[in-house]
Design a protein around this ligand. Structure first.
Ligand code: ATP
Ligand code: MG
Length: 266
């Protein structure tokens, strides 16, 4: 059964899409069956995997409004994982969903039949706490929060944690924080180091040991429609996402082991 992770942070430009695309590719290299869902009308995760936005029909939009299903809409990328693409049409979903019953649960319900096909489903959320993000958070088992270690980052995190609490209380009781990921990391900056240690102080082992450095190859890869592992697999960015992928797998395996042991004791 797939573990469903929402890559989310309402703050823009913190590396959500870069993480969704490159972690998907890296997990696929490690032999995992992956579906990446582009939940952002910007469609950056879609083009970042070499899928043309206009040609990509149907998309997650048709899924949300019930005009298509996952079998019709998912595509194979050239990089060993599947994608449910998005394009600008998705911006309209916000309004279309207002009228619909169970609007927060539409993605969760649509995913149910394909959970057995994947080890992980990663969702690239938009930089907003809108109905698209809510659909992502309701469908998810856990959230992965990429963040840039800068002055306002911790403040933004407080808002996000409050939102997660609300979602847990009202819509999805099992939603957890899977981990916080330090992105666009510049080790030479004192502020970065300071915010980074505050983060570890507050969130302890929830902070991934893997750190994604600021690396120009990560910024270049999307314009070639490739994850960095296919663009320059020796780059620091590619290596960092491979290390993160291994850490994500280790966390999942540790959780499965703990679950099994609990089962034995019971
Ligand atoms: P949005 O909130 O708009 O969806 P986002 O959180 O998805 O943004 P990205 O699109 O992944 O953020 O990254 C923002 C910009 O920074 C992009 O141009 C991306 O290529 C670049 N970028 C992301 N991570 C890195 C990195 N580690 N090193 C260098 N550039 C990066
Ligand atoms: Mg994005």
């Amino acid at each position: 059964m797939a573990k469903i992770l929402a890559v989310t942070n309402q703050k823009g430009g913190v590396g959500k899409t870069t993480t969704a695309v490159n972690l998907s590719a890296s997990l696929a290299i490690l032999g995992q069956r992956i579906l990446m869902i582009d939940l952002d009308p910007q469609g950056n995760a879609t083009t970042g995997c070499g899928v043309a936005k206009r040609a990509a029909l149907p998309t997650v939009y048709q899924i949300l409004i019930g005009r298509s299903n996952l079998n019709e809409a998912r595509l194979h990328t050239d990089f060993g994982f599947d994608i449910l693409p998005a394009n600008r049409e998705l911006a309209g979903a916000e309004i279309d969903l207002i009228e619909m019953t169970g609007r927060e649960y539409r993605l969760r319900d649509a995913l149910a039949p394909v959970l057995v096909d994947y080890d992980f489903i990663l969702m690239d959320c938009p930089p907003a706490l809108n109905m698209l993000t809510v659909n992502g958070l309701v469908a998810a088992d856990a959230v992965m929060i990429p963040m840039q270690c800068e002055y306002y980052a911790l403040e933004g995190l407080t808002d996000l944690v409050a939102t997660l609490k609300k979602i847990r209380a009202n819509l999805n009781p099992k939603l957890e924080i899977e981990g916080l990921l330090r992105t666009l990391y510049d080790p030479r900056s004192t502020l970065t180091q300071q915010v980074s240690s505050e983060l570890v102080e507050h969130f302890g082992s929830k902070v991934y040991q893997a750190i994604i450095p600021r690396n120009v190859r990560l910024a270049e890869a999307p314009s070639y429609g490739k994850p960095v592992t296919a663009f320059d697999k020796q780059s620091k960015g590619a290596l960092a996402y491979m290390i993160l992928a291994q850490e994500v797998l280790n966390r999942r395996d540790a959780a499965l082991r703990a679950h099994a042991e609990q089962g034995v004791k019971a």
